[in-house]
Design a binder for this molecule. Structure first.
Ligand SMILES: NC(=O)c1ccc[n+]([C@@H]2O[C@H](COP(=O)([O-])OP(=O)(O)OC[C@H]3O[C@@H](n4cnc5c(N)ncnc54)[C@H](OP(=O)(O)O)[C@@H]3O)[C@@H](O)[C@H]2O)c1
Length: 245
């Protein structure tokens, strides 16, 4: 019976993963900013087979409450097998370029808040000498693009942060899983025109769970994004700066 803490639990992708986990009979500690959504998800997971579910209401930029969230999760779960960090926000890149405040807020939501949770959960897992910390990151972190480099740089920072943590924790029995997602049809990407590269949360949640169960490293989901990003990364700068992707 897995004991799982999900930060950003109301994310469509996290919810899809949680629904699959619930069928295995897991115990959940859900962190999210909306009491109504957390209550709805709690009911759904219990119906799907979760053994027990508790929630914690937190705006992710309220850093002072992060440790309290983890301590409450630890009290409820006893020990933690899996932490899934799933919150995020797609910034309005154009508006951000006009506002330092907005840019810093987006970096805080997408990177610094996660750095805070990575740091405290890393310390916790190191002490218990077991467990997996998993992060929903993005292919956007692989190369800065004019249309989304605020979001991309936040994700890129997290990818390197996790890589360093993975090396630091080698030998402690703790795994760090970075999931680099491609395009997924969720509330975050509502305004985008969808095409052949797009997936629904239900198409990828089983793969994410398998990776969290067995992996320790960086993974592209779906896997074909590894090839796409390899091509994007090797485009020489003198060409890359002239194209719009
Ligand atoms: N969808 C994609 O194409 C895609 C691609 C690459 C990576 N990702 C990453 O995947 C993760 C999940 O995203 P998703 O696609 O599932 O989007 P989503 O359904 O819109 O979920 C975003 C989540 O972040 C939470 N959140 C945003 N700002 C918050 C704040 N200030 N405090 C607390 N919670 C906050 C939202 O809470 P509410 O429910 O209360 O709004 C929601 O739970 C994100 O980290 C995203 O960057 C997504």
């Amino acid at each position: 019976m897995k004991k799982i803490m999900i930060i950003g639990a109301t994310s469509a992708i996290a919810e899809s993963c949680a629904t699959l986990w619930a069928k295995e009979g897991c115990i959940f500690f859900l962190v999210g900013r909306s009491q109504v959504k957390i209550d709805q998800l709690t009911k759904k997971l219990i119906i799907q087979g979760a053994i027990a579910v508790s929630g914690f209401i937190l705006d992710i930029n309220d850093f002072e409450k992060h440790q309290k969230a983890l301590d409450t999760a630890s009290d409820f779960l006893g020990s933690i097998d899996i932490v899934l960090i799933a919150h995020g926000n797609l910034p309005d890149q154009k508006r951000c370029t006009q506002s330092v405040d907005l840019t810093l807020r987006e970096i805080s939501t997408n990177a610094l808040s996660t750095v805070s949770f990575l740091t405290i959960t890393c310390k916790y897992m190191k002490n218990q000498q077991k467990g997996t910390i998993s992060l929903l990151s993005s292919v956007a972190g692989d190369r800065g693009r004019g249309t989304n480099y605020i979001y991309g740089s936040a994700k890129g920072m997290l990818n390197i942060f996790c890589e360093g943590m993975r090396q630091e924790l080698n030998g402690y029995g703790v795994k760090i899983v970075t999931i680099k997602l491609g395009f997924v049809n969720t509330p975050m990407t509502l305004k985008f025109k969808k095409g052949i590269l797009w997936r629904k949360p239900q198409d990828i949640s089983k793969t994410i769970i398998t990776i969290i169960n067995h992996g320790n490293g960086e993974y592209y989901v779906p896997g074909f994004w590894r090839a796409i990003m390899w091509v994007i990364k090797i485009i020489p700068n003198f060409i890359f700066y002239r194209i719009k992707i």
